[in-house]
Design a protein around this ligand. Structure first.
Ligand code: PHB
Length: 404
């Protein structure tokens, strides 16, 4: 019996690349391919509104910021983003600035992921790219063959099938695509952390001109910004912490204690607009390709947010992947795909190391001994006290050149 009788679809679309996941990685990939004249259709289980209002990290490497502008996504980042030429580490109650510009001639941009997503979704719409948000029952079929398909139910209830040459799984940290790689062929590397971040959006003026990463005996805190009147802050909490146990006063008391010091630094307070607990882990799945399926971004690897690497890594993956797919579709064939993993993976493992190092450097493990706390202060001191230490942090945090 022909399959269409078993599970009829309302439309069948032939498209070179089908992308599962329409977050920043999936949309940037579709955008890059579209610019080169190769169509890509993206689908996502979440509605556009859901993605646009899920608060995520906020730091873009200068190269990623420039790519948004130069590939024609949008130049809004130049007007509404903030270029940061350094960051602050606080420990032992004192501030230590890491001057990215002076140390490694680099900078980063504070521009929230939600804005990157909005720019990309707008650009897809402007350029006539197809994106189906709010779909259900997504299924990738025949990924091992050279005629992979993606089936899904659109938000209006109609059934669709994409017949592609390649399928990209850019479906985030809870990826279902990565599970398609047979267990016997894949390896998953990872580690868990005994803490999470409590993230808040607050209505208050900025407390500092740049990000503040604070180590204290009470745990880690990160002070970030959003707009003149809205700020983003995080503090280390237990992985099972519940937001309902955290009234505004308790949040402020916790944050103030973690940044307090002899210099009298205090955060400007205001009402808490949103609160959430963010669990994280370090994770990589290899290989990043199986047959006609390629994994990109969080679907293939996740990092703790401490090093601000996640979004940057995802954007780097799709930059490399777009080049490889264009070569494959442009006549080189499948052989070109062999370049994807080695080019992406080197940066992925560097970012895994840096993210995990920053996390361990700044967080207080539950039950940490006085020795461990002092050892951490020794490590922090050795980072800030020498030019080599500061330059190491600056170099990792601001990113590495694109793999060619
Ligand atoms: C943020 O602004 O949300 C942010 C910035 C830096 C990080 C993580 C989150 O490392």
């Amino acid at each position: 019996m022909p399959e269409s009788v078993v599970d009829p679809v309302d439309t069948v679309t032939e498209v070179p690349v089908a992308v599962v996941g329409a977050g920043p990685a999936g949309l940037m990939l579709a955008h890059r391919l579209g610019r080169a004249g190769v169509a890509a259709v993206a689908v996502d289980l979440r509605t556009r509104e859901e993605i646009a209002t899920t608060h995520r990290a906020g730091i873009l490497e200068a190269d990623a910021a420039r790519d948004l502008v130069e590939t024609g996504v949008s130049d809004r980042i130049l007007r509404e983003g903030h270029e940061h030429e350094g960051t602050e580490l606080r420990f032992g109650g004192r501030a230590h600035r890491i001057d990215f510009r002076a140390l490694v001639g680099a900078s980063v941009w504070l521009y929230p992921q939600t804005e990157v997503f909005t720019d990309l979704a707008d650009a897809r719409e402007r350029d006539g790219g197809t994106v189906h948000f709010g779909v259900r029952d997504t299924e990738v079929l025949d990924a091992a063959t050279d005629r992979p398909r993606v089936r899904f139910t659109a938000a209006d209830g109609t059934r669709h099938e994409l017949r592609a040459r390649y399928v990209v799984g850019a479906d985030g940290s809870r990826s279902t695509c990565r599970g398609l790689v047979p267990e016997a062929l894949r390896t998953r590397y990872g580690t868990e952390y005994p803490f999470a971040w409590f993230g808040v959006l607050v209505r208050a003026p900025a407390s500092a001109p740049e990000l503040v990463y604070a180590h204290s005996e009470h745990g880690f805190a990160l002070i970030s910004q959003r707009t003149e009147s809205v700020q983003r802050m995080y503090f280390q909490c237990g992985p099972d912490e519940r937001t309902e146990d955290w009234p505004d006063e308790r949040i402020w008391e916790t944050l103030q204690a973690r940044v307090a010091g002899a210099d009298g630094f205090r955060l400007a307070e205001g009402p808490v607009l949103e609160r959430s607990v963010l669990r994280f882990r370090s994770f990589v799945q290899e290989p990043m390709r199986w047959g006609s399926l390629l994994l990109a971004g969080d679907a293939a690897h996740t990092v703790p947010p401490t090093g601000a690497r996640g979004l940057n890594l995802a954007l780097h993956d799709v930059k490399v992947l777009a080049g490889v797919l264009l070569r494959a579709l442009g006549g080189e064939g499948e052989a070109a795909l062999a370049d994807y993993q080695p080019l992406a993976l080197r940066r992925i493992w560097r970012a895994q190391h840096f993210s995990s190092w920053m996390t361990r450097l700044l967080h207080t493990a539950p039950g940490a001994t006085p020795f461990e706390l002092r050892r951490q202060l020794g490590e922090l001191d050795s980072v800030v006290a020498t030019r080599a230490g500061r330059a190491y942090l600056a170099e990792q945090y601001t990113g590495w050149p694109t793999a060619a």
